[in-house]
Structures are given as C-alpha cells and as structure tokens.
Design a protein around this ligand. Structure first.
Ligand code: ZN
Length: 255
C-alpha cells in the first residue's frame, strides 16, 4: 500500500468538515434509535454521548467507545460515524459511543483544544471545561467491561494499539491486529513512541499513579474499566484506509 508521504513534523493530511460529520452522526444515531445525551456545550458545539441498550440482557457487556479527542485525527470521528451507519453491534453489547471529544480542535485542525490544552493529558487534574464535563458524565455511568479509544498517529508506519489489561483477562490485542491487517498495514517496529512493541501491540508497563498527565485511557483504567485499547491508525495512509482500520479494530474487539 502506497504511503502518502505528507506528514513531516505533524499532520498535513486531509481535513474534514466536522460540523457536517456531527450532523450526520446525529441523524444516523436517531434513525437507529440510539439515545443521546448532551454533556457539554460550547458555542455552536454540543458534546454528545450515544447509548444503545443491549438487545439481550443475559451476559450483556458494556462497551465504551470514544473518538476525536485530538483535532488533527480525522479518521476517528469518521470511524464513529461509520460504526453508527453500519449499526452492526453485537446483540449482547450495551454501547456507549462518544463520537467527538474535541470538536473545536477539529475546526482548528490541531491536536489541542481552543486554549492549547492537549485534552488527552488532562484527565488527572482536569483544567479544560470539556474534560471536566466528560469526567462528570463518566462518573454518572456504570463500569464498562471494555473501553476503546480511537486515535491516529501521524508518525507511525502502520496501525498499532496500546493494551491495558491489569488483571490479565483474555487479550483481544491479537484478534484486533488480525482483523486490521486485512485492511491496513500494521506497524511492526520494535519500538513505538519510546515503548517496546511487538506485532503492532504495545503493552505499556506504567502505573497511572506515577504519571502526572493522564490520558483518557488512564482515567478509564483507574476508575471505569479493567480492560481497554487505544487504537492508533497511521495518518500517512489514505483517510479511507485509516477509517476502515479503526472500524475493523472496534468490530473485532466487540464481536
Ligand atoms: Zn490521538
């Protein structure tokens, strides 16, 4: 697969009309009967959480999916939209989907919010209003069996993921990689973002308590879930490939 070669010292790929994407998200979710809740508003934007109840209640599992915390990672909210359009959730799954955590970042085409705060480092002592509102929403939710955070990485050579699995549950990492590699190259580097990696899987050995700047995933693993994956699509490949990679990853994880 041909790389784009566009991303030098940052993301310089396609941009999206986020307002149009969020409108489409809202229409699609409504058409499929998902419940929605606005947990934050700023200017023209609303921060929405969508919920689809499980269709069978026996052995149901709660799955949290978030996207769009970094405004220069367009594949993530597009993947959230595609998942809603496909509406192919497993019967037993209770889905909590937050399609865009940083809409203002997308209008600026940058990672951070309007005040230059990287929201994905703001979950320990939150400064940004959108992080505080998101945490307040999370505090009202039940625990999740699984969390999935959708991202892109402009430096990576292919798709990869971070796994958090402190209790040693059955890992979903290999299953996710196997599904993604049918649609997108995998980053096979032995070191990704300064951490040991194997076959596109990073299992960081970090105690959140030892870190001052928490990403969303540290908040989730500390307070809301005992297993989760941060999914990283490679920005140097076409946008449609990245979207398909994230959708395939989510479907493999929840299937
Ligand atoms: Zn990101």
């Amino acid at each position: 697969m041909q790389r784009l070669g566009k991303n030098h010292s940052g993301y310089h790929g396609e941009r999206i009309d986020l307002r149009a994407v969020l409108r489409e998200v809202e229409i699609t979710a409504q058409a499929h009967g998902l419940a929605s809740e606005t947990f934050h508003e700023s200017g023209e934007f609303k921060w929405l959480a969508y919920r689809r109840p499980p269709l069978v209640t026996r052995h149901s599992s709660r799955i949290y999916i978030s996207a769009g915390i970094h405004g220069d990672e367009p594949a993530a909210p597009l993947a959230a939209l595609k998942l809603l359009q496909e509406n192919n959730w497993p019967e037993h799954a209770e889905i909590f989907l937050l399609p865009c955590l940083n809409p203002i970042g997308f209008t600026l085409n940058r990672r951070e919010n309007a005040d230059g705060i990287d929201l994905n480092r703001d979950y320990r002592n939150p400064k940004a209003a959108e992080t505080r509102a998101h945490i307040a929403w999370l505090e009202r939710q039940p625990k999740f069996d699984l969390y999935l955070c959708l991202h892109e990485d402009w430096e990576s050579h292919g798709f990869y993921l971070y796994e958090q699995n402190p209790d040693g549950k059955i890992s979903l990492a290999e299953k996710i990689i196997a599904a993604v590699q049918k649609v997108c190259p995998i980053d096979l580097s032995e070191n990704i973002e300064g951490r040991a990696a194997k076959g596109g899987i990073v299992r960081p050995n970090i105690l959140p308590q030892e870190r001052p700047d928490w990403p969303e995933a540290f908040y989730l693993i500390t307070h809301k879930s005992r297993q989760g994956y941060t999914l990283e699509a490679p920005s140097d490949f076409p946008l449609a490939v990245r979207v398909n990679a994230l959708v395939a990853a989510v479907q493999a994880a929840i299937g």
